[in-house]
Design a protein. Structure first.
Lengths: 625, 365
């Protein structure tokens, strides 16, 4: 969030005018330039090397709420933003986050209305003083709305950097007539700012001479003097767009492994840059040329060349870049959710009495096939994430949801191993589908493949404590769901299974909690700190112990035990997500926003359902007696 | 064992105790956790998790300490009286022993643990540890410590006595968290900082580390040039000192300092950030331990602490001060450290055995 501590870019309006005034002599670009190689070009962003495709998707998502825009893929949109910023800034793109921000910017708020960058930037320009005031207030002193407002400003600012990232290599309309070019010993075919880098000082000096002689009255200049003055003015304006433009770090470092990735503008302004590195600007210029000409072959060739050079320069794994592009293209969470959902519906229908046994069998078989497919994809998704990020798959809240979904699905599915019943399978699909479905709530930063804070950056403890406790959450959810089924009265065999399920859940949550304590002891010097997340995990353990002991002492009969076990779902939800809302303590790295209402709704509904089911179960028992 | 003792133990060994104790334990957990949002971790720990009594208005309720004590007692009684070593029960007995070990470890930690912090810049050497929370008013005579008064024991109006203090000191005011105001009282003689400013009690900050402890001291009986009111205030670099004859007496408001049996010198500190960002990937301090004649170097990294002479030094964080990075090490000494490790293994084994024997029993049925 370093951008928040610089002053807002003051010449936004001027820049927009400049971009609009750029007259391009080429025609409109072809709409179908193959983006395969372009997508895989590596960029350093948010602490790691990622393909441009991920970068594009993340920003498109944060700006517009989707991963494609009016028929353009994220990468195509990015290419347009880079090489035709004059068009990109006018395109309807930005979805305002909420009504309050809209009214703060004096823009109309409609649910699906999209504003162009130009409109939003102009609105922000009028609120410049407010933004500065907020930045100076300091992050700790902002309330929720102010934080959201500044976050939104940050995203818009990032986009403005994207649209200006390539202005130094874009072809310009201004040039020198041959005679003047010869006099100043400048190549007349120079087109972009980058081309003029080495000679621009000469032009500036010449222009200054002119101004000194005649003042700023352009009418008194000769033709050639006008050319020089316009060119100097033009170059100065382009240079202004490159101020503080450091987001688009696509130029690899001089030495592999060093922290030297730079944005093109930062490179151009870096006095210590070697000529060899400056040559990489030529490649990007060629890419820009290919974009304008709609030259698919040149585009492909240049993108591939840039790709290869960057990969070689910093020893990047080309395979992981490929994998990441493929991962996003596949969009696994959507298909997994659909798979589980379909399987659940089929299983549900197959258990209706009026369905014939042949149809029911067919549906069950189909459901099993679909569910296996979903589970396989689920496993593949998690393995892919492990390969891309080179760490165990549970570092962030989002990842924990994906992982718990898998554990719950696999475990619940196995419950039916020794019986003909369907309960386990239905729980598997329900839990798996539901959790994957809500996972999107925790992916608000666009790029879910994030890096971890220093204290989490330890593969051993991630693989042991976090994996253990998330398995525990999964087991507890399965146990809780089984308890719901028991209360529904679908089958009598569940009684014994409930206790075993509770015990297994206790094993994993207890061991996981203690491992957490041991990690804390190794890391911070104290085994237990009464941190909200620690307390949450302990609450699950205490609850399960209490239920099991209540059963032993006879205080809890089967229905009471089942009801209590069903409540475990609520306790897990609160412990897993609720504690992040408190924003306290060492465990507040899983930031959630709108999930608060969802959580409250879930807990209330669950409580009502459990109470209702318990009452009906009790009645059923009484009638049976 | 006498009959009454036996029947008392019998009472405590009943599982019904746990059945009523645990819901209350959950309540304390929930209330304490939610309270953290409003009063901060330190206060919620003091009021709930380390409490003896929790006051619900005028009603005293058992705090965490009696609950855990009762739990420990119940577990012990159960293990003594109701734990026959047969095949069925082995798993649960082992698990319960593990739980008891955890409680014992917790008790030891609560009694003996010393936690503190060292903040230093490269080339700085330190042989004391600052406590995180405890503040004190330290009285020095010629740089050697005469008295150390814990902040919660100091009261307004109380005199400070020591046989080697040749003048009278009285605490005119004391605040756990002070705010600074302009000096507006002209009725008394103020010296030093107190000439321009005064401190007065302010509401406690949520982060206890941010509270600034201070005391206003009334000195009399030294000499007319030095008698008067002084402020000893935690963040101030210069604290009041009185010179009588050849001796210099200083009053310092500070976090409690505990001496280490060795010296730690920071050789270098490095922060590794993720490429292209300022987010820290890893921090590392290289320190030298100087113990008498022996000096040796060791790295201290996040998740990789240094252990020496019963002390463990952790890389906790770092501070950026005017361009220089200061390394922050957490220093802990805890006799009960090893208990959670043992108890977790024991509990895990116990649960596994229990599950296994259950399984075998079910298969046999």
């Amino acid at each position: 969030m370093m951008y928040l501590f610089r002053h807002p870019y003051t010449g936004m309006t001027v820049v927009l005018l400049i971009l609009c005034a750029l007259l391009f002599s080429f025609g409109a670009q072809a709409a179908t330039l193959d983006s395969a190689a372009f997508k895989r070009i590596p960029i350093v962003h948010d602490g790691r090397v990622k393909p441009l495709d991920t970068f594009a998707r993340a920003y498109l998502y944060r700006l517009s709420g989707g991963q494609s825009l009016d028929g353009q893929t994220a990468s195509e949109w990015l290419a347009e933003s880079l090489f035709r910023p004059d068009l990109a800034i006018k395109q309807p793109l930005i979805r305002l986050p909420n009504k309050r921000i809209a009214s703060a910017l004096e823009l109309e708020f409609e649910k699906n209305k999209r504003y162009s960058y130009q409109q939003v930037a102009t609105a922000f320009d009028t609120k410049r003083s407010e933004v500065i005031a907020l930045i100076q207030k300091g992050e700790e002193n902002l309330n929720r709305f102010e934080k959201e407002f500044l976050d939104f400003y940050g995203v818009i600012n990032d986009y403005s950097q994207i649209t200006r990232a390539m202005t130094l290599v874009l072809p310009n309309a201004q040039s020198l007539p041959d005679a003047e070019a010869k006099r100043l010993e400048i190549d007349p075919t120079l087109r972009s700012y980058a081309d003029y880098l080495t000679v621009k000082d000469r032009i500036v000096i010449e222009a200054q001479k002119v101004v000194k002689k005649y003042g700023s009255k352009i009418e008194s200049y000769s033709q050639s003097e006008q050319h020089i003055a316009m060119l100097a003015f033009y170059l100065a304006n382009i240079e202004a767009t490159g101020k503080q433009n450091t987001l688009f770090r696509v130029i690899p470092p001089e030495q592999a492994g060093s922290d030297g990735w730079q944005a093109p503008w930062a490179l151009a302004q870096d006095k210590s840059a070697s000529p060899k590195r400056l040559e990489s600007l030529i490649d990007w210029q060629q890419l820009a040329t290919a974009y304008y000409a709609g030259d698919a072959a040149l585009w492909q060739q240049t993108a591939t060349a840039i790709n290869q050079q960057s990969i070689q320069a910093d020893n990047i794994s080309a395979m992981r870049l490929h994998l990441e592009v493929w991962y996003h293209q596949l969009n696994p969470t959507l298909w997994i959710m659909i798979g589980y959902g379909l399987a659940f519906i089929l299983l549900l229908i197959s258990s209706i009495d009026s369905v014939s046994s042949r149809q029911s069998d067919a549906m069950k078989k189909a459901a099993a096939l679909i569910a296996y497919g979903a589970m396989l994809l689920h496993v593949v998704m998690i393995i892919t994430r492990i390969i891309i990020l080179e760490r165990p798959p549970v570092g962030t809240l989002y990842e924990s949801v994906l992982f718990v979904a898998l554990i719950a699905a696999l475990l619940a599915w196995r419950l039916d191993k020794h019986s003909q019943a369907n309960e386990g399978k239905m729980i598997a699909c329900l839990l798996g589908g539901f959790l994957i479905g809500i996972s999107g709530l925790f992916a608000d930063q666009g790029d879910t493949l994030g890096v971890l804070v220093a204290v989490l950056n330890t593969n051993f403890w991630l693989a042991t404590h976090v994996v253990c406790i998330t398995i525990g959450y999964g087991c507890a959810l399965v146990a809780g769901s089984l308890a719901h089924l028991y209360l529904l009265g679908t089958s009598d065999n569940l009684g014994k299974k409930l206790q075993t399920a509770a015990l297994i859940a206790l094993l994993f949550t207890a061991v996981g909690t203690i491992l957490g304590g041991i990690w804390a002891d190794q890391s911070w010097g104290r085994f237990w700190g009464w941190d909200p997340k620690e307390n949450g995990a302990l609450a699950i353990v205490i609850w399960l112990i209490w239920l099991l002991h209540g059963r032993i002492t006879g205080h809890l009969k089967t229905i009471g035990f089942a009801a209590g076990l069903a409540v475990t779902n609520i306790i897990v939800a609160l412990s897993w997500f609720g504690v992040n809302l408190l924003n306290v303590g060492l465990h507040s790295y899983g930031f959630t926003n709108s999930a608060a209402y969802g959580l409250a709704a879930f807990c209330s509904i669950e409580l009502i359902v459990i109470i209702a089911l318990s009452i009906t179960a009790k009645r059923r028992l009484q009638y049976a007696q | 064992m006498t009959y009454s003792m036996h029947s008392l133990l019998q009472f405590f060994a009943r599982p019904v105790i746990l059945f009523y104790l645990f819901p209350w334990l959950m309540c304390i957990l929930v209330l304490g956790t939610i309270s953290q949002r409003y009063i901060g971790l330190y206060e919620s720990e003091r009021l709930f998790f380390s409490s003896t009594i929790i006051w619900a208005g005028p009603l005293p309720l058992p705090g965490m300490v009696p609950v855990l004590a009762l739990l420990g007692l119940s577990l012990t009684a159960k293990l003594i009286l109701k734990s026959p070593w047969n095949k069925q029960k082995v798993g649960t007995i082992v698990t319960h022993m593990g739980a008891l070990l955890l409680l014992v470890g917790g008790l030891l930690t609560a009694i003996t643990a010393e936690e503190g912090v060292i903040v230093f810049a490269p080339q700085e050497a330190v042989s004391v540890v600052s406590d995180y929370h405890q503040r004190e008013l330290a009285v020095f005579k010629n740089d050697s410590l005469l008295l150390s008064l814990p902040h919660d024991a100091i009261q307004k109006g109380q005199p400070i006595h020591h046989v080697e203090l040749p003048f009278s000191v009285q605490v005119a005011n004391v605040c756990r968290n002070c705010e600074v105001v302009l000096q507006s009282d002209s009725s008394k003689t103020y010296r030093g900082l107190a000439e321009k400013m005064m401190i007065k009690p302010a509401p406690l900050r949520k982060e206890n580390e941010e509270n600034l402890f201070g005391a206003v001291l009334e000195i009399s009986g030294s000499d007319p040039q030095q008698d008067g009111r002084y402020i000893a205030f935690e963040p101030m670099p210069r604290q009041p000192s009185i010179t009588v004859g050849e001796d210099r007496y200083a009053f310092v408001a500070r976090k409690v300092q505990r001496p280490l049996p060795f010296t730690v010198r920071l050789e270098s500190f490095q922060k590794f950030a993720y490429p292209g960002s300022s987010m820290a990937r890893e921090y590392e301090s290289i320190v030298s331990i100087i113990d008498g004649d022996v000096t040796w170097q060791s790295p201290i990294r996040m998740n990789e602490p240094l252990r020496y002479k019963g002390y463990t030094l952790y890389q906790s964080s770092f501070i950026d001060v005017g361009g220089q990075q200061l390394s922050v090490l957490a220093v802990v000494r805890n006799a009960g450290r090893v208990f959670p490790y043992i108890s977790s293994i024991v509990m895990c084994v116990g649960l596994l055995i229990h599950l296994w024997t259950r399984r075998r029993r079910r298969v046999a049925e």
